[in-house]
Design a protein around this ligand. Structure first.
Ligand code: GAL
Length: 642
């Protein structure tokens, strides 16, 4: 259990505005109820305009001005925006795309994680910042870099990546013979005689060996971990304040749990309307219904995910307050949504919710991106909501997060595995896990997300493990020791860690008498009806078993099986089948459920419950009504607090 007193923050760019405005900006922030301000994460060209020539004056003044106004400062390392001179100094530091082209200067994130020279430059600037500000009492946290993986930047096909990948493989396999066996390189005469013969898995004639791709994805993730670690180690020498990174929505290209293990707090950047337009799998009807509110589950999923990544400590580092500039369509949020999103994050345990950004920039790439202030410096319309929510959260005191009854396991390696080998173009790991999450939430449940190496599920009642590529020893042990119910599949345990089909056939789990003998993917329109209602879509499996068949498909194949407390699902259920099966599982596992109206979701925290209404219309929950885009906060006696 963890407890926190939540607060609000804002992202600010003093280098964008005349120094004469900083003091007034700071005073207006605190007057609005804002307590934290993040600065500096893109300011390298102003901090070090030429190599080795530092210009600290403006940053000293900005920190003094903001800090003395009463704001806690989060200082970013500016390594997501290497300045032009850096690229001139290290022309080979750029990342290369899948087609083998360098991704050039003129925006941001133009670096390859494998470039050792650039990594050293990052440690150097982090060291200079730490040296200067590590003891500054206004600095209450450090953000390292900005949004790893954003703009598709985790995977790079550069010469630097190739050299590092060869070393990584040598370290992992020790001999080319071991690699050849693990990858199955006898197939198509792909055997290697030396590690320096191995290229990157792009630009091949037809598909590369999936084991080659998967190792390259694991390597690419490890490079992010190492890059982040280098700055952590540097900063730790100067400060004991928390080190933080701001992750993104639906980015699965690197293992966030691994990166998070070197940090003190996880944070993420929540853009509900941008994400709905840009990265939702749901159809036009749903997107139109929620286009000004965001998907009712997307934010919560990431709140729960990053609570796990942050080992209990997490923030929203950037919260959308108005239209963004980067999605295919950029509507304005309905009135009330900025407040609702803030409250929702707090109910999931956020320590800080920080809006992006203070004043809308009239220049450069994001001039169409709203802030709390308009470009002319007047309050944008959302400011009233921010002030209101600041006052409201000031009254609730400590918020508490306890383990939820229900949990879902989330595994980044599985995302890479099914990207590599979807075996059906609609098979996407995030989409599969998120489908389970959404239907659990429709049942009124609070959910924890767990990493794939848990050794113990604690007192939980139901754990769901969809699409997990392979079992870790820890997870096998957790399942073995668990007396609650576990819902497994589809596709869980279908590969060894070398990305081969297990000799015993999947899912290859003790205690589960199931053998997957064949699988198929199905096109839209090719769904398979289930006897008890709903359908399998996208994926289904054929099995041999002596376990109890809980339900079958109408074409006569087992669909859900049970061996003691372990259940196996032989396909990807549609919404109707999914919610029915999850309701049945939750009820047998002794979890209380509550069917919620469309767009209403609930999160229990401490002895309170927060209901949020993402729909535009009024909804009824028990004895209470909630207006569209409003919240309902109740105590343990069901008394309305907000
Ligand atoms: C985030 C990023 C910010 C800003 C924002 C715009 O991805 O961290 O710097 O670009 O998006 O929505």
């Amino acid at each position: 259990m963890s407890a926190t007193i939540p607060n609000l923050g804002v992202c600010y760019y003093p280098e964008h505005w005349p120094e004469s405005e900083w003091a007034q900006d700071a005073a207006r922030m605190t007057a609005a109820g804002i307590q934290r301000v993040r600065i500096g994460e893109f300011a390298w060209s102003r901090i070090e305009p030429r190599e080795g020539e530092f210009n600290w004056g403006w940053l000293d003044t900005a920190i003094e001005t903001l800090g003395s106004a009463g704001l806690d400062i989060i200082l970013g390392t500016p390594t997501a925006t290497p300045p032009r001179w850096m690229v001139a100094k290290h022309p080979d530091m750029l990342a290369y795309d899948h087609e083998g082209r360098p991704r050039t200067f003129g925006s941001r994130r133009h670096y390859c994680f494998s470039h050792e020279g650039y990594k050293r430059e990052c440690a150097r600037i982090a060291d200079a910042l730490g040296h200067r500000y590590g003891g500054n009492s206004y600095i209450q946290g450090w953000q390292i870099d900005n949004e790893y993986g954003c703009h598709d930047t985790t995977v790079s096909y550069s010469p630097a990546a190739r050299d590092s990948f060869q070393k990584w493989l040598m370290n992992k396999y020790k001999s080319p013979a071991a690699l050849n066996t693990a990858w199955g390189n006898v197939f198509w005469s792909m055997e290697y005689g030396d590690f320096d013969e191995i290229g990157l898995p792009n630009l091949t004639v037809t598909e590369p060996n999936p084991a080659h791709i998967l190792d390259f994805r694991c390597f690419s993730s490890d490079q992010v971990v190492a890059f982040n670690r280098a700055q952590c180690e540097t900063l730790r020498a100067h400060t004991d304040k928390p080190l933080i990174h701001n992750y993104m929505g639906r980015i699965t290209d690197f293992d966030h749990f691994e990166v998070g293990s070197d940090l003190d707090i996880a944070s993420w950047d929540s853009y509900p309307l941008g994400f709905l337009e840009d990265r939702s799998d749901l159809g036009d009807e749903w997107r139109t219904k929620f286009m000004r509110q965001g998907d009712p589950d997307f934010q919560a999923f990431h709140h729960d995910l990053y609570r796990a990544v942050g080992k209990g400590r997490w923030w929203v580092m950037e919260q959308q307050p108005g239209p963004v500039n980067w999605a295919p369509y950029n509507p304005a949020p309905l009135t009330g949504m900025a407040r609702l999103w803030t409250w929702e994050a707090i109910a999931h345990g956020a320590e800080t919710v920080s809006y992006f950004r203070w004043r809308q920039a009239p220049f450069a790439q994001e001039q169409m991106h709203a802030g709390l202030l308009r470009p002319d410096g007047e309050d944008a319309s959302v400011m009233g909501e921010v002030k209101r929510v600041a006052q409201e959260i000031a009254t609730i005191g400590k918020t508490e997060t306890r383990a939820a009854d229900v949990a879902i396991v989330f595994d980044y390696t599985s995302a890479w595995a099914w990207d590599t080998q979807p075996q059906g173009q609609d098979f996407d790991y995030f989409r599969l896990v998120f489908d389970f999450y959404r239907q659990l939430r429709r049942l009124g449940l609070s959910i924890d997300i767990l990493p794939p190496n848990m050794r113990d599920f604690g007192n939980r009642k139901l754990v769901v493990i969809p699409g997990l590529m392979s079992w870790s020893d820890n997870l096998r042990q957790a399942i073995d020791n668990f007396s609650g119910h576990v819902l497994i599949g589809p596709r869980s345990g279908s590969k060894t860690s070398d990305f081969q089909i297990p000799a015993a056939l999947p899912p290859d789990l003790d205690g589960l008498d199931v053998k997957i003998t064949a699988v198929e993917s199905r096109r839209p329109g090719g769904e398979i009806a289930l006897e008890k209602g709903g359908q399998f879509r996208i994926w289904r499996e054929f099995i041999e078993t002596n376990a109890e068949v809980v339900e079958a498909s109408e074409d006569g194949h087992p669909a859900l099986l049970k061996s003691d407390n372990l259940y196996y699902l032989c396909g990807w259920p549609d919404d109707t089948a999914m919610i029915r099966i999850l309701e049945q599982m939750a009820t047998t596992a002794g979890v209380d459920i509550e069917h919620l109206p469309t767009g209403v979701r609930c999160r229990t925290f401490g002895n309170k419950q927060l209901y949020v209404n993402y729909a535009a219309d009024r909804a009824v929950v028990g004895d209470h009504e909630i207006n569209g885009t409003d919240i309902l906060l109740v105590d343990q006696n069901n008394k309305r607090l907000q």
